[in-house]
Structure formats: C-alpha cells, structure tokens
Design a protein around this ligand. Structure first.
Ligand code: FES
Ligand SMILES: [Fe+2]
Length: 321
C-alpha cells in the first residue's frame, strides 16, 4: 500500500443513511457511517470490549455500540458511557482509531496517512466530474496492484478478450507512448495487425496528440477514454493483500433519456462484466500475487505502462515520511 494517499474504497450506494456499515478495506476491518455533513470511518472495534461497531446503530450523528451502548462522535471520540451515566465525563482514552473519509463522485474515499490529508479532498478525473454513469462491483482474489496492472496491460487484448474487445486480432502493440505527470500515468497506444513489420516505438510515432486513451491516478483510479462520449472507469479498492473490490463504471453521453439510459447501462454492464470475467480468469493465476519493481518477470516493450506504474509506485512508497 502507498501511504499518504486517498483511496477510493466504497461505492456511495453501499453506505445507507441510517445504519453503519462494516467492510474490510486496506487490510483492516473498518466501520463507515453517515453524518449530516459527511462520512466517518473508524476501526470497527469498540474501545470498550472490542465488539464490532458496524453491528450498532446511529443516533443523531453518533455511532452507538450494540454491546454496552457507548456512543462515539464523528471523530471517534467516545461521548457517552451509559453505565457511568450522562453526568459522567468520558476519559479521552476511549477513542477509536479513525481515518479521514470523504465522499466524491459517488465514491467514498479514505486517507491512509499519518498527517492531515494533502490534498484535503480526494482527486478525481476532471472530465468525469458530474457525469452520469452505470456500473457494478466485483470482488477479485488478487492484490490490487495485479488488478490495476491488468488494466494497463496492452498486449493481452487479442488473447484474453478474443471474443470481445480483442476480436480484431491486433496483436502488435505500437509505441506505447506513456507519461507520468505527478500522480497520473497517461498512456496512448495503438494495436495493429502483424503484417511482418516490427511495431514502431514511441520515438518513431512522435509525441501523442489528443487525450490519452488510458489514465491512471494513483493510488487506485483508472479511466479508459474510448471516445468523446463514452469510456470505462474503475476504482480498485484494496481489501487486503489478497483481495480487491473493483468498482467499474461505464460513462456515456450517447443515450440521455432516463428509461433508455437505464436500458443502455444494463447492456453495457453485461458486456463489461463479461470482459472483466475474461480478465479475472488469467489475473488470479499470476504469481507472485503482488507485483513489484524488483520482480523477475521478463517484461517487453508493450509493458511500458506497467513498468512506469511500478516505478512510480515504488517512488511514492519511498517518499513517505
Ligand atoms: S464493547 Fe462496545 S460498549 Fe462495550
Ligand atoms: Fe482486459
């Protein structure tokens, strides 16, 4: 995991208004709950005797433990110990371990880091802000780095997706042209039929024009801009070292009328699920389970986005205080 980052970890729709939700994310058991003015996140363990707070309830903005009714505020500070009475002061040590949490674009983010979040709000892809989407989520038994690298893998399309998006049999990967810009990895690429001529490298192709086909935003957001009016987005929420929750969305501005849009999204989801299943079959077999810069994989030119991802990830891990 890269510390000092905002991680997208939940779909907003998973978090109801009136009850807390317990989920495993970032290798921890976490409880999320909504307040009038935002979202809170804490370790899902009562400071008193370790009961799961996610089985408790919300009273106003407070989270009440189901066991002995201790009440915690938005910052995880215990405000009431019923057995001691309302008049009793609650010592500061009855404090939950909390993570800063925010909601943005239908996703819940948590800040994994020691200090105050920087930037204060989670980043997103500007061109997607406020746009409508349809989507679904899927759990994969893989480390999140493997799931991300699969979406940066340019050579797998004609093999893994032979019957869907790789149908054209374009095995040759031209370029790829890639760039790291701060927390973003941008990729332009063309797949072509192999006509016996070697693929052109990035220098031969010259600087890219137009927006990138793939954009990745550290630590876990990905966007495949397929055209001006549609594309596929994914957030890869680390559950733990061996599991990832993928939140996949299809953004489109082709069909706007609500009933038709729902129908369109329904079929887009079916198709995207099928594509994702094709990926999953192979990615779950990869060893070692976690990718790394020091891996002994024998990478090829087409894997440049994966190399850049690993390199930048290692840099970010090293830069931490
Ligand atoms: S375990 Fe939560 S109040 Fe006792
Ligand atoms: Fe794929």
């Amino acid at each position: 995991m890269i510390p000092e980052q905002w991680y997208a970890v939940l779909d907003s729709r998973e978090l109801p208004r009136r009850r807390p939700v317990g989920v495993r994310r970032l290798g921890r058991e976490l409880v999320f709950w909504r307040r009038a003015d935002g979202v809170s996140c804490a370790a899902d363990r009562c400071a008193h005797r370790g009961a799961a707070l996610s089985a408790g309830e919300l009273t106003d903005d407070r989270l009440r433990c189901p066991f002995h009714g201790f009440e915690y505020d938005a910052r995880g500070r215990c405000r009431l110990i019923p057995a001691n009475g309302r008049a009793a002061e609650v010592p500061e040590r009855f404090q939950l371990r909390t993570l800063p949490a925010r909601e943005r674009e239908g996703l819940v983010f948590v800040w994994l880091g020691g200090g105050a979040p920087d930037p204060p709000e989670p980043p997103f892809f500007d061109e997607l802000c406020g746009r409508r989407w349809g989507g679904f989520q899927e759990s994969w038994p893989v480390h999140y780095s493997r799931a991300i690298e699969n979406q940066l893998d340019l050579a797998h399309l004609p093999f893994v997706h032979r019957t869907t998006i790789g149908r054209a049999g374009r095995t040759l990967v031209e370029g790829p042209r890639c760039r790291i810009e701060a927390d973003r990895l941008l990729v332009w690429f063309d797949n072509a039929r192999d006509r016996g001529v070697p693929p052109r490298d990035a220098a031969e192709l010259g600087p890219p024009t137009g927006p990138p086909l793939l954009s990745f935003r550290f630590p876990n957001l990905w966007w495949n801009r397929i055209g001006d009016r549609f594309g596929v987005f994914a957030a890869f929420a680390p559950v733990d070292d061996e599991n990832t929750m993928i939140y996949l969305r299809f953004y489109q501005s082709i069909v706007r009328l609500p009933p038709f849009r729902r129908l369109f999204n329904f079929f887009a989801n079916l198709y995207n699920r099928r594509i994702l299943r094709q990926d999953r079959r192979v990615v779950v077999t990869q060893r070692p389970r976690r990718s790394s810069l020091a891996s002994d994989e024998m990478l090829i030119a087409a894997d440049k986005p994966i190399v850049l991802y690993r390199r930048r990830r290692a840099e970010l891990q090293r830069q931490q205080p």
